[in-house]
Design a protein around this ligand. Structure first.
Ligand code: ADP
Ligand code: ASP
Ligand code: MG
Length: 412
């Protein structure tokens, strides 16, 4: 008997009919002799709607109350799915994150799972029940409701799979698996059969929202094999697992884009030791993750211009903080830009091949797209560009690296 964790995203539970279909799939899995834990997201559009409601009250909702509000989306789904299962004659029990023993830190809106006390779930499974857990949420040490950041149900599923030592973690979504780029942006995107944790980590952190980055971190750390697949078909999807030799033959495996960042530039910062340390320590203390950074000396020498990117959700706070610091440090003006996008190419093959970066820059140049910032890691290159060119850039890069062709035919 295997223990399977299945996660269904918002589109997969978007209507009552789809919830019934999910129930049927869960039952089929169970009838094959497996124990099943199901993690569900809020119905499609629900979380966005709740955010809109909060913003009708205030532009900056209290973070604790925001999480109380956002967690309700998933509460609806677990109850409806459990009812659908019972209606079909299967014993099921729903759990909110906290009831399922999921304890997080207290960073409202982007909490991190710290521990899972899974005894209650195990008891239910042993009694033959299907356990239905609300994704995206937990409680902190003081029992406050917390949420895990957008897309956080993926992380709930993988963390539960790790805690329960599940045999498989299946992520059911609205596409057939992980593709070479977002299939909703480019019709030539090709489904990837197997991808390493490291490449998937880069894909997720560079914007491929098919898996939340934390879920891939958990999967890698606890060696949980993920199967990303469609809830609308029985076709096999993408296996996310440890790197094997075959994977290394691929030069570039994916193109991603991220429009959820903003750029902040501080002009004429004094060019002396300790300035960057102070700025970025304060930003880190505010729980804000900085992504790209570029520093250029100004022409007169004693000053430097510093530009960096942060998540769009942290933009206003970063701008305020930077303006205050700029004043304190006697720097020049602070300029913000929300109309930016980051396009990236990812592939383990980059480690051993030259020319990847130049091919990327040429592809963008051929489309007349200007690059504002560049950052690289061992297996990825990212360029910051004007947001209005995002889709064009994605398609140009996908074509430049011939990602529509299966890996064996790919140019190396
Ligand atoms: P769910 O609600 O099931 O969690 P998400 O909307 O969070 O689904 O993630 C699935 C979406 O991710 C797809 O509809 C697709 O548009 C987007 N996506 C972005 N990049 C990729 C990629 N490389 N492969 C597959 N899907 C991608
Ligand atoms: N409902 C949450 C969101 O829309 C969590 C999730 O779907 O994974 O971000
Ligand atoms: Mg998602």
């Amino acid at each position: 008997m295997a223990l399977i964790v299945q996660k269904y995203g918002g589109t997969s539970v978007g209507t009552i009919e789809r919830i019934r279909n999910v129930a049927d799939r869960v039952i089929r899995t169970r009838e094959k002799g497996n124990q099943v834990v199901v993690v569900v997201s809020a119905m499609a559009g629900k979380t966005d709607e709740l955010i809109r409601l909060a913003h009708e009250i205030t532009p900056s909702p209290d973070p604790r109350e925001m999480d109380v509000l956002l967690a309700t989306g998933e509460q609806v789904s677990i109850a409806l799915l459990s009812m659908a299962l019972k209606e079909k004659g299967v014993e099921a029990r729903s759990y909110l994150g906290g009831q399922a023993g999921i304890v997080t830190d207290d960073a409202f809106g982007k909490a991190r799972i710290q521990s899972i006390a899974s005894e209650a779930i195990k008891r239910d499974l042993d009694e033959g029940k299907v356990v239905v857990v609300a994704g995206f949420q937990g409680v902190d040490e003081r029992n406050n409701i917390t949420t895990l950041g957008r897309g956080g149900s993926d992380t709930t599923a993988v963390a539960l799979a790790a805690a329960l030592k599940a045999d498989v973690c299946e992520i059911y979504t609205d596409v057939e698996g992980v593709f070479t780029t977002d299939p909703n942006v480019y019709h030539k995107a090709r489904k990837i059969d197997r991808i390493s944790y490291d490449e998937m980590l880069e894909m997720s952190s560079m914007g491929a929202k098919v898996l939340q980055i934390r879920s891939v971190e958990f999967a890698k750390k606890y060696n949980v094999e993920l199967h990303v697949r469609s809830s609308f078909s029985d076709e096999p999807g993408t296996i996310v697992c440890q790197e094997d030799e075959e994977m290394e033959n691929v030069l570039v495996s994916g193109v991603t884009y991220n429009k959820n960042e903003a750029k902040v530039t501080i002009k004429r910062l004094p060019d002396r030791p300790g300035i960057a340390a102070q700025l970025f320590s304060e930003i880190a203390d505010a729980n804000i993750v900085v992504d790209m950074i570029i520093q250029t000396p100004s022409s007169e020498g004693a000053h430097a211009n510093l530009a960096f990117t942060v998540p769009l959700t942290d933009y206003e706070e970063t701008l305020k903080l930077s303006q205050r610091l700029a004043k304190e440090l006697g720097a020049g003006e602070v300029v913000g830009n929300k109309d930016i996008a980051k396009v990236s190419i990812i592939g383990v093959g980059m480690r051993s091949h030259t020319n990847v970066a130049s091919r990327m820059f040429v592809a963008l140049a051929n489309e007349g797209i200007n690059i504002m910032m560049i950052s690289t890691s061992e297996i990825k290159i990212s360029c910051l560009i004007d947001a209005k060119y995002t889709e064009l850039a994605v398609r140009a890069l996908h074509d430049a690296f011939e990602l529509d062709k299966p890996p064996s035919e790919e140019f190396l």
